[in-house]
Design a protein around this ligand. Structure first.
Ligand code: IVH
Length: 690
């Protein structure tokens, strides 16, 4: 046994040496046959003593860096984000919201776990029959990068799971991070070698994990905390706490600061406890994460958009620093919103250099009483854009008040303050009225159109789109899809442009082609209709099914008394403001031209599959009315949507099913009139539990 271990050690070193000569230096010292013999011997010993397999085993390393970037990995269970809380009140709201959603009575106990929120980057590790087979980054949550070989070099990550009764498929998720001490040492080494240093441990961890050569990653001291999971063929526990304990048994490192509590006071006390210890920890944390302990309850709570209802990130207060506000500039966004941006004398805040901060709008400048030339306190929290907290009064003050411009700095069109239809009050935001003639709006719209959660066209990022716009190649979204055709006829070929070549252009065209079929919700989101974020886009895609139907209905809904308008407003989640802005969008000729242009260019949005096509309510429109006793209203709604149904707020001819609890009034009468099926809560529960 000891002999075998020694032999494996010797072989690992020897094979690594020959790999290096072969792949990196192109100067092998031994014949291929001799090399194969070494590998064979290594494999034979590993097969006989699998428990002796070394972390640096030749079988766990790849010979050379792949020529290209990383492969893609589809997450079979999406990797989501967390909603944030910034004060105790947000946490109390969360606690009450959960209790209410679950319909817990006074005596019913709610247990919630609490643990630090690690400031690193998340990774998913897939094990089959206990062996690590794949490791991926989060990416956009649906699809990440395959960084298996790099993750294998992280010593906190077991290559083989320990213990018995390990499910066939296990996917453990957690945070890859770099400890402070390791970060400092690594930056020293980088500096000595004349290489760039990293701004903070998080960037260092991200940069190290995404190295194309796993050997480089191996030389970077990365660590890993396991805290959640993705696909599991079997669940080893029915609580969050039990799952984390299982991870530890399997050989993972889990965070020692972990607690499970049954009152909101206790989780908040835990938060303050962790906050006090924060400075002594050897890694960055940016808050505390709370999770409902019972997994069946997590299941019932489900998700809103991209965050689970059963979890919350309670952030630590932001870090602050003092600096001088040099000037205020106006940035024009995709919707024409004119945002004042503070240009600052660069200052380090929490390890990151800050030279810009947002001022939101004219009211905010007024509220702060800030003038160019003032000394100000800036703060940043996590990934949030730095903000100005206050003016430092006892420092020399700026001379002149800032006058908010009434013209767009980009196109000269005049700027207006819109009235908010909900409140009837004047909006805080000044907006440029230039629409597509305003270059800032056009470029921003294009950027939005190709962004990750919209069309997500590989190789067409912000930089490229801005350059294409500048040169008149792409002025509208549909121009992207005619780029290749036009390039064929053009004398000034894309491939001859700076930064482009034959291959990259070919790839770009392929990537564009691939997106001619795009999910309808992404398509709707990409249009950049005001107030239509990802959630609303999904809602609309699900409610209208196809683009043609959607567009036709939105045109019809321009008449405020139309049935189409009534139907739009009957969608649960669509209010007056949203309805108005969608209708306005399709009322604009230039917007319809874009949609038509996309159609002509062969872009075909793909209808969303109902989440569950085999459920009795899939594709149907359901209305809940009266009081429900066994599920809360929001839970019932979430469950129905999960089953592929549309949930409407009012009964109409389009309604397929009404679920009526006690106290249901006019809606039931209307449903009877229309001959719509009506069921009670028990029947609904039966449907929902199947
Ligand atoms: S749970 C469904 N626990 O925070 C959400 N996330 O904002 C599952 N993170 O992408 C995540 N520490 O990278 C969870 N103890 C912790 C965490 C944690 C850090 C990160 C993670 C995630 C992000 C969400």
């Amino acid at each position: 046994m000891e002999e075998a271990a020694e032999e494996l050690e010797r072989l690992a070193a020897e094979i690594a040496h020959h790999d290096e000569l072969y792949h990196r230096k192109d100067a092998p010292e031994i014949s291929d046959a001799d090399y194969d013999a070494l590998k064979k011997r290594n494999d034979a010993i590993e097969a006989r003593y699998p428990e002796l397999q070394r972390e640096d085993s030749p079988n766990l390393r790849v010979g050379a860096a792949p020529a290209e970037g990383f492969g893609k990995v589809m997450h079979s269970v999406p990797m989501l984000s967390l909603s944030n809380a910034f004060d105790d009140e947000d946490v109390t709201d969360f606690w009450n919201r959960v209790r209410k959603f679950l319909n817990l009575k006074e005596g019913d106990e709610l247990a919630v776990t609490a643990e630090p929120k690690i400031d690193g980057l998340s990774a998913a590790l897939r094990y089959e029959k206990g062996k690590l087979v794949q490791g991926a980054t989060r990416g956009d949550g649906r699809e990440g990068e395959n960084v298996t070989e790099n993750l294998r070099t992280v010593s906190d990550i077991p290559k083989t799971l320990k213990g018995k009764n390990i499910p066939d498929v296990v996917e453990v998720r957690g945070e890859v991070y770099m400890a402070h001490a390791d970060f400092t040492k690594m930056n020293e080494r980088q500096r000595e070698a004349g290489k760039p240093v990293f701004a903070n441990p998080r960037n260092a961890a991200a940069g190290s994990l995404r190295q194309l050569d796993p050997k480089v990653t191996a030389s970077r001291p990365l660590r890993f905390f396991a805290y959640t999971w993705g696909e599991m063929s079997d669940m080893p526990s029915n609580t969050q706490k039990g799952m984390v304990e299982t991870f530890e048994k399997w050989g993972f490192t889990v965070n020692p600061l972990f607690g499970c509590f049954t009152s909101v006071e206790d989780i908040i006390a835990f938060y303050h406890d962790v906050e006090e210890r924060r400075a002594d920890l050897d890694y960055d944390i940016d808050g505390v994460v709370y999770k409902v302990d019972r997994l069946d309850w997590q299941g019932r709570l489900g998700f809103v958009s991209r965050s689970p209802r059963w979890a919350l990130a309670h952030k630590f207060p932001a870090e602050q620093a003092m600096t001088v506000l040099e000037k205020i500039e106006i940035q024009v966004g995709r919707t024409g919103a004119m945002t004042p941006v503070a240009r600052l004398t660069p200052v380090t805040v929490g390890g990151v250099v800050v030279s810009n901060a947002t001022l939101h709008n004219a009211d905010e400048i007024e509220r702060l009483g800030v003038r160019p030339g003032d000394t100000v306190v800036v703060q940043r929290a996590g990934d949030v854009i730095p903000q100005i907290v206050r003016v430092v009064e006892d420092r020399p003050r700026g001379k002149k008040k800032f006058e908010f411009p009434d013209k767009c700095p980009e196109c000269g069109s005049h700027a207006v303050r819109e009235t908010n239809p909900k409140t009837g009050k004047l909006d805080a935001v000044m907006r440029c009225t230039g629409g597509l003639v305003c270059p800032a709006q056009a470029v921003e719209r294009l950027r939005h159109f190709v962004s990750r959660n919209a069309f997500d066209i590989e190789g067409l990022g912000e930089k490229q789109i801005a350059a294409f716009y500048e040169d008149g190649l792409v002025a509208r979204p549909d121009d992207i899809f005619t780029l290749e055709e036009r390039d064929k006829r053009s004398l000034k070929k894309l491939k001859d442009r700076e930064g482009w070549g034959e291959t990259s252009v070919k790839k770009l065209f392929e990537a564009i082609d691939e997106r001619r079929e795009v999910d309808l919700d992404r398509y709707i989101f990409a249009l950049g209709i005001r107030h239509v974020g990802e959630t609303n886009a999904r809602l609309l895609a699900r409610s209208y099914g196809t683009l043609d139907h959607f567009e036709e209905q939105m045109r019809a809904a321009a008449d405020p008394d139309s049935e189409a308008r009534a139907e739009l407003l009957s969608i649960d989640g669509v209010g007056e403001v949203l309805a108005e802005s969608i209708v306005d969008f399709f009322a604009e000729k230039h917007n319809r031209e874009v949609v038509e242009g996309l159609r002509k260019a062969g872009v075909k949005p793909v209808p969303l599959e109902a989440q569950q096509t085999d459920s009795p309510v899939a594709g149907k429109t359901v209305v809940f009315t009266g009081s429900l006793e066994r599920m809360t209203r929001s839970e019932a709604k979430a469950r129905a949507e999960q089953m592929g149904a549309k949930v409407a707020g009012s009964v109409s001819a389009k309604t397929d099913l009404v679920v009526a609890g006690p106290g249901a009034g006019s809606k039931i009468a209307r449903a009877r009139e229309l001959g719509i099926e009506i069921i009670d809560e028990d029947q609904w529960m039966e449907m929902a539990s199947n």
